[in-house]
Design a protein around this ligand. Structure first.
Ligand SMILES: [Zn+2]
Length: 490
């Protein structure tokens, strides 16, 4: 176990707190996963990449982490207020497919996207449809404890009753009166008693495809219930970290807490609530209706009117790490192009790392660099600051390579481990096109050989032409005592 001083910003307390897990060396983490009814979008990608960093860093510190991220494959209605159609059933009807065909297609799409971003798979990826029994059991328990009621085959959570004993809006700190005033008044059509009440179990209308038998007739679970039932099943009644996008806090997570508390009577079923911020495009909120949202594969291919060109998955991952997960992240061509250059600079330096020459003494302070990088990560996973220190590492690599700084044997070992661990294991960046690198290398060596022959013939106009043309397309040639080498500059 590494000694560390990890602090996490807790949405619940609105403070940055020292991280102390419930059980030494073990961490239980639950993150709300995607609803698999359409292609995964970039907002999802940002949230899950942020928690991938959390997962990776906790493991690096020596914790055994059980990371549970669900797949919502039933029960998520079009509106958070238990209205509209089930998102997956609607898409299935539209495409004349089985709901499970929709689920399969978009689960694969989601996994492919996460793989391209080099995100580690979670420890458990449970589905809502795989946990219907657990959800029915939890509904029964909430009913038995008196925090829910049945109305025409649907079971509603009684928010008013719950709020008399517990702080229903603890997570967001909103005023309950304001919340009530901002919610639609009930009409004669409504089965629920209170405006803020939400469904635990919903009676299936005749046309509803996805339905299961229950003590209250055929129906399906409400969306908030699955996360309560599955987090409890795999992580226990009280666990360390719960995360998701910040848009989930006011309703989904608030209701999750209410469900868990009404079963266990522990007012804080989760110790640390973590929320990731939103994406913007050129300063505007990214949304389908504004026409400024693009999908990950559009970002990779550049096939979108707002994009000048395509950007590789690792460029996008690097770009995302340049903003803290609790800040908004703004997409623009300029910012992505800058990230592309920055990522290439980092990777070029990483290639030089193993071959750095050592001397008896160091002119650089590697211990200090290490301290700064860990301090940034310990400060609520501050990746932009950690990256800025890693670029101090890049400066050191290039300076030692150019004989402007020196590195001792011991320092080199520490430095190589530090840089590789942070860049590859913790930040999850990787060299792209590893297969093609060999081919580029072979091709470049051939070109350099031809250029060398031209120089031997004293045909300097040809050798200069080759050097200048290579420079134009992003290959920098360096003639040294030990031969000619090249770097890719972009
Ligand atoms: Zn959830």
């Amino acid at each position: 176990m590494r000694t560390h001083d990890l602090h996490i910003y807790n949405t619940l307390s609105r403070k940055t707190e020292k991280f102390e897990p419930l059980h030494p060396n073990l961490v239980g983490m639950y993150v709300c996963g995607p609803t698999v009814y359409s292609n995964a979008h970039l907002g999802n990608a940002r949230t899950f990449i942020s928690f991938d960093i959390v997962f990776r860093y906790l493991q690096h510190l020596g914790y055994k982490v059980r990371y549970v991220r669900n797949i919502t494959d039933a029960g998520h209605l079009e509106s958070d207020a238990d209205e509209g159609e089930d998102k997956i059933s609607k898409k299935a009807k539209l495409e004349q497919l089985e709901p499970m065909e929709i689920v399969q297609r978009y689960t694969i799409d989601f996994h492919t996207m996460m793989q391209s971003f080099n995100a580690l798979p979670p420890s458990i990826e449970p589905t809502a449809t795989g946990h219907i029994i657990e959800q029915i059991e939890m509904t029964k328990q909430i009913l038995a404890n008196g925090y829910a009621y049945e109305s025409n085959g649907t079971i509603y959570f009684d928010v008013e009753k719950f709020a008399k004993q517990y702080n229903y809006t603890a997570l967001t700190g909103r005023n309950l009166e304001d919340l009530l005033n901002g919610t639609r008044e009930l009409g004669g059509q409504d089965d629920k008693r209170g405006r803020l009440d939400f469904a635990l179990w919903i009676k299936a209308k005749p046309e509803h495809i996805m339905r299961w038998p229950s003590p209250w007739g055929e129906g399906f679970p409400g969306w908030h219930l699955e996360c309560s039932a599955m987090s409890r099943k795999y992580l226990g009644e009280k666990f360390d970290i719960h995360g998701g996008g910040m848009d989930l806090a006011p309703t989904h997570h608030t209701n999750e807490i209410a469900q868990n508390v009404s079963c266990t009577h522990d007012a804080e079923p989760v110790c640390y609530w973590m929320h990731t911020n939103m994406l913007t495009v050129n300063g505007q909120k990214m949304s389908k209706s504004l026409g400024n949202s693009f999908l990950p594969h559009e970002l990779f291919s550049g096939l979108h009117p707002l994009l000048d060109k395509g950007y590789s998955p690792m460029t996008v991952r690097f770009f995302m790490l340049q903003a803290h997960y609790r800040s908004t992240l703004d997409f623009s061509n300029e910012a992505l192009q800058a990230a592309e250059k920055g990522f290439a600079r980092l990777m070029n330096a990483m290639k030089l790392l193993d071959g750095l020459k050592t001397t008896n003494t160091s002119s650089v302070n590697i211990a200090e660099l290490s301290k700064s990088i860990y301090a940034a990560m310990d400060d609520d996973f501050n990746t932009p600051i950690a990256l800025s220190h890693l670029f101090e590492g890049v400066r050191i690599i290039n300076s030692v390579n150019d004989n402007k700084e020196t590195l001792s044997d011991d320092d080199k070992n520490t430095f190589v481990t530090l840089m590789k661990t942070m860049v590859f294991d913790v930040l999850g960046l990787k060299e792209e096109n590893a297969v093609n690198t060999d081919k580029i290398d072979g091709l470049m060596n051939m070109i350099l050989e031809v250029r060398g022959e031209a120089k031997t013939r004293r045909d300097f106009s040809t050798s200069d032409l080759i050097r200048d043309r290579l420079k134009e397309i992003g290959f920098e040639i360096k003639d040294g005592k030990e031969g000619t080498s090249y770097t890719i500059t972009n």
